[in-house]
Ligand binder design. Structure first.
Ligand SMILES: [Zn+2]
Length: 360
């Protein structure tokens, strides 16, 4: 059975179960405390405790050998065989997902699977574990343990259903959950038409949404947005960058948690290397991690809301605001944050999409 686009969206929406500990928060970070902004800049993001995962150190993961990896999977009246014959069959996928992050040259992300164990308690136990999610729901989640403003541990519960339903991009869910374990919250979808229905054309400005968004993706590779987010949390030595900052208003007041996209103008004049951020509670935003160059900005309400319940609860601007594009390029240089002109969203058609609630 091939999932319909609607079902696939639902499967992604189940990543919403991702936050069991710590504040729910283009790249977006977890704040260290409940008093932090829901869209903090990198200096206020929760880092890994240096006593657990310091610079240049390697973080170890343990893969569960629990028998549930090989159980058949019941979903909406259908029975699906597990894609795994043993826990060892999961190992190459875990390694590939870890490598998606550790291959980022601008980030200091060293992690590996150190072994497999039959019994792994479901608790904070100083072991970063990857277990099968034993419920018959195609949902995976990451439990990020944050204490004293620092990440101490992360456990992933991974559904074999993700491998059954996600076909060619099936490592994406693991890559997504590992991104949470790095300290990345959900990022924004790019302002694109539904790329699940219309596969991206070569040279598209936004060929796929960030791995950390509830968007659509076509392969397990990280997007530029994910790469910059991970690099800001764990910068490799010599990672130098610039930024853009400014404010957005709507109806004369701060536009909370609207999405901005900065797209770099390439040598050939085409747009690419896009990153997204949200405004904070005061309508302010700051892009970080940008390579030098000229950028165009787009601002508007988030496209897809199911990944961002905490932002909705905190008053995110949605319906009624119209997208705005700043068509005068902004120049970014290393070590500086370029001030953008104020952006006032106008009343208009709006673009936010609210998906119907699904049972379960
Ligand atoms: Zn998630």
């Amino acid at each position: 059975m091939t999932p319909t686009p609607r079902l696939r969206r639902f499967l992604f929406s189940l990543f919403a179960l991702s936050l069991l500990a710590g504040p729910a928060s283009g790249y977006r970070f977890f704040g260290g405390t409940i008093d932090d902004s829901l869209a903090p800049v990198s200096e206020n993001a929760a880092p890994w405790s240096p006593s657990v995962w310091g610079p240049s150190q390697t973080l170890s993961w343990v893969l569960s050998e629990a028998p549930e990896w090989t159980d058949s999977f019941e979903w909406r009246g259908e029975t699906y065989e597990s894609p795994f014959e043993s826990a060892s069959d999961v190992l190459p996928h875990v390694r590939a997902a870890l490598e998606a992050w550790s291959d980022v040259p601008t980030a200091d992300i060293r992690w590996r699977v150190s072994g497999m164990r039959v019994n792994l308690p479901r608790a904070r136990d100083h072991i970063n574990a990857i277990r099968p999610h034993v419920l018959d729901v195609p949902a995976s989640y990451a439990a990020v343990y944050i204490e004293g403003g620092e990440i101490l541990e992360c456990d992933i519960s991974f559904s074999p259903g993700h491998f059954i339903f996600f076909g060619r991009q099936r490592q994406s869910a693991l890559v997504h959950e590992l991104g949470h374990c790095l300290g990345l919250a959900h990022s924004a979808m790019f302002p694109t038409w539904d790329s699940a229905l219309f596969p991206p054309e070569a040279g598209a400005v936004w060929p796929q949404d960030p791995k950390m968004a509830y968007g659509h993706d076509h392969d397990p590779r990280l997007t530029h947005d994910d790469i910059i987010g991970g690099s800001l949390l764990r910068p490799a030595r010599g990672f130098r960058h610039g930024g853009i900052e400014g404010e957005v208003t709507f109806g004369g007041t701060a536009a909370r948690f609207v999405r901005l996209v900065a797209a770099r103008i390439g040598e050939d004049g085409r747009l690419g290397d896009s990153v997204s951020v949200f405004t904070d509670e005061q309508g302010r935003y700051r892009f970080e991690g940008l390579a030098p160059g000229d950028y165009l900005l787009a601002a508007g309400p988030m496209m897809e809301t199911s990944a961002h319940g905490s932002l909705l609860d905190a008053g995110a601007v949605l319906h009624g605001a119209e997208d705005r594009y700043l068509l005068a390029p902004l120049s970014v240089s290393l070590g500086a944050s370029t001030r953008a002109p104020p952006i006032a969203l106008r009343e208009g058609r709006g673009s936010a999409v609210r998906l119907p609630e699904e049972p379960g």
